[in-house]
Design a protein around this ligand. Structure first.
Ligand code: ARG
Length: 269
């Protein structure tokens, strides 16, 4: 019998997709010649924000900056634990100016921002669980940044090697369900990293390739509700069977940039 899952209220930072588009290609999902329906993207994104509010979460907004089409992916701007902000140093030069825009917001909201020396992309590759900070590397965030983030937070940081360019950020292949458990797509990881995940999370929800390709692992959970793409049908069945409550939100327009629900959501812990 599934246990009764408990939601905890969260604070999310988001950035409206007013200037969202695909102008350059820095991951295999992006094709600068495929048009983005900006109006549809705006409607889909608004549904996500409404779903968060309806489930009791607080949503803060960073003002979008013209010329920064990926700024909508708020998760990449930082990782925040206990009110301490570890900023980002983007891999792609096109995205580097986003850091300043987010830093301005954090400072105005009363947070200090630590500027990392090594390339890293916030919650794209740094995923806090109850006991650890899971840290991806392979395409964006460097191993040096794993050391830097561990020194900063003092949280045991577990390095995980990503091996498939389609899953270039850790948050495209893995998400946190609650304090104790995660869901992930094993094939996105090196054999050793798969073993690490299996040791740490023996009860994890294991997703298949279809769910992963639909951005099912780019989900957000409050411990009970899982905001998840409706295309990840296998994953949704598994979540139901485990007593979670899937809340489907379709961000298909953002898949053209290689992003989904979690990418659009920075959690302020
Ligand atoms: N186009 C963006 C990039 O390639 C997408 C970022 C998606 N964000 C994420 N947290 N995975 O950088």
């Amino acid at each position: 019998m599934p246990t009764s899952r408990v939601a905890s209220p969260r604070r999310y930072l988001v950035c409206a997709p007013r200037h969202f588009d695909v102008h350059y290609a820095i991951n295999p999902w992006m094709h600068a010649d495929v048009p983005v329906d900006t109006a549809l993207a705006g409607r889909q994104w608004t549904m996500l924000i409404e779903a968060y509010r309806e489930h009791g979460h607080t949503v803060d907004h960073v003002p979008p900056v013209p010329g920064l089409p990926d700024m909508v992916f708020a998760a990449n701007s930082a990782v925040v634990i206990d009110g301490r902000v570890f900023g980002s140093l983007f891999h792609a030069p096109e995205r580097r100016p986003e850091s300043t825009a987010y830093e301005t917001w954090f400072k105005a909201a009363g947070f200090d921002v630590y500027q990392p020396e090594s390339v890293c992309e916030g919650e794209g590759d740094f995923v806090p669980t109850g006991r650890y900070l899971l840290a991806g590397t392979g395409f964006r965030t460097t191993r040096a940044a794993h050391h830097e983030v561990q020194e900063f937070f003092g949280v045991p940081t577990i390095g995980l090697q990503l091996v498939d360019p389609l899953f270039y950020h850790l948050d495209t292949a893995l998400f946190v369900l609650d304090e104790d458990n995660i869901a992930y797509y094993p094939e996105a990881f090196s054999p050793g990293s798969r073993e690490v995940l299996a040791r740490l999370f023996p009860e994890a929800v294991i997703a298949n390739r279809d769910d992963a390709m639909a951005f099912g692992l780019n989900s957000v959970s409050d411990g009970r509700h899982v905001f998840v793409t409706p295309q990840a049908t296998g994953l949704i069945d598994q979540l139901n069977a485990r007593g979670y409550v899937p809340v489907p939100v379709d961000l298909s327009e953002f898949h053209k940039a290689g992003g989904g629900i979690k990418c659009c959501t920075q959690e302020i812990r």
